[in-house]
Ligand binder design. Structure first.
Ligand code: CTP
Ligand code: CA
Length: 225
């Protein structure tokens, strides 16, 4: 299916966005998840597409529906997400808005665990692949711009600045998701954009407005490449 792309500052640019939570199965009916709604990722994909970008939207099981006019790749687990991201490359920019589960259950059962027969379950975990770090460190075909998100509950600036260096990405969009901010699951976001040039704190605004501003910055950055 040919989707009609709008004309804009990102026309001709291919952009990958990851979004939503991932689900890590425990057995066929149970999983480990997180509170990400996918709202910021959806807003970003929409803002990028409306500026003319060809958007590949790799999303975990989110509560907010994906925007029209993007190529949606639905995934469940972090490992699925890595495979989908690798398949989407090469891209001009990659934006990692997903809340990827840090661990998967290696002791997952292929049949439903029964409380009477199996007793208290003991789960064993392995660390999931770090998708942002893998793409940031590609020797061949690294996107010109790699952007990560850092949802923190404390020491936001320090944690996010260290995270940018550890991951090797170009920008980190940091936010405070501690209880009381209402950001996780809410319609607003207050972010700090961290790059090599330093940290820039933006006022609290609608997630759609954060997305619009980020998309404009991404367009400016890519216009040189
Ligand atoms: N990310 C990813 N793959 C993972 C974990 C995280 O691509 N396995 C990406 C997220 O999409 C986000 C960024 O990395 O853009 C930071 O995620 P975060 O969970 O804050 O970082 P972690 O390295 O997992 O550190 P923490 O221990 O704080 O969770
Ligand atoms: Ca994490």
């Amino acid at each position: 299916i040919e989707t009609e792309l709008s004309d804009g500052p990102l026309t001709g640019k291919r952009v990958l966005v990851t979004s939503g939570p991932t689900h890590e199965p425990i057995d066929p009916v149970r999983y480990i998840a997180n509170r990400s709604s996918g709202a910021q990722g959806v807003a970003l994909a929409r803002a990028l597409a409306s500026r003319g970008a060809e958007v590949v939207f790799v999303t975990g099981p989110a509560s907010v529906a994906p925007p029209a006019g993007v190529a949606v790749v639905p995934v469940e687990t972090a490992c699925d997400m890595l495979a989908a991201v690798e398949a989407a490359l090469p891209v001009d920019a990659a934006i990692f808005a997903a809340a990827v589960a840090d661990w998967r259950v290696t002791s997952a059962s292929d049949r439903k665990l029964k409380k009477s027969k199996d007793g208290l379950p003991v789960l064993e975990f392995a660390e999931n692949p770090d998708i942002l770090k893998a793409v940031s460190n590609l020797e061949q075909g690294r996107p010109s711009l790699v952007v990560g998100f850092a949802a923190e509950t404390n020491d936001v600036l320090d944690n996010a600045t260290a995270k940018r260096l550890r991951k090797g990405c170009d920008w980190i969009v940091a936010n405070d998701v501690s209880e009381g901010t209402g950001i996780m699951g809410g319609s607003e976001n207050a972010v700090t954009l961290i790059s090599e040039a330093g940290a820039e704190s933006w006022p609290r605004m609608a997630k759609s407005e954060v997305a619009a501003q980020l998309a404009d910055r991404i367009a400016t950055e890519l216009s040189g490449s």
